[in-house]
Design a binder for this molecule. Structure first.
Ligand SMILES: [Zn+2]
Length: 62
């Protein structure tokens, strides 16, 4: 499998990928440092507006 592009990673983060694709992507990320880094970068940058219920604020250590 080729390395992931931003669009694919964003779709993964949004839960918009098909289950089969998620499995492939997960497996790839497991063994690919650069894609893992891309995933974590995008995960931090992507605002999760609407993804989390307001009554569950993100726990964050000071
Ligand atoms: Zn990769």
């Amino acid at each position: 499998m080729d390395c992931l592009d931003e669009e694919t990673v964003l779709a993964l983060l949004d839960g918009e990928l098909e289950t089969e694709r998620v499995r492939d992507v997960d497996r790839h990320i497991d063994g690919c440092t650069s894609c893992r880094r891309l995933l974590s970068t995008l995960a931090e940058e992507t605002p999760s507006d609407g993804a989390l219920p307001p009554e569950q604020p993100k726990p964050r250590a000071p």
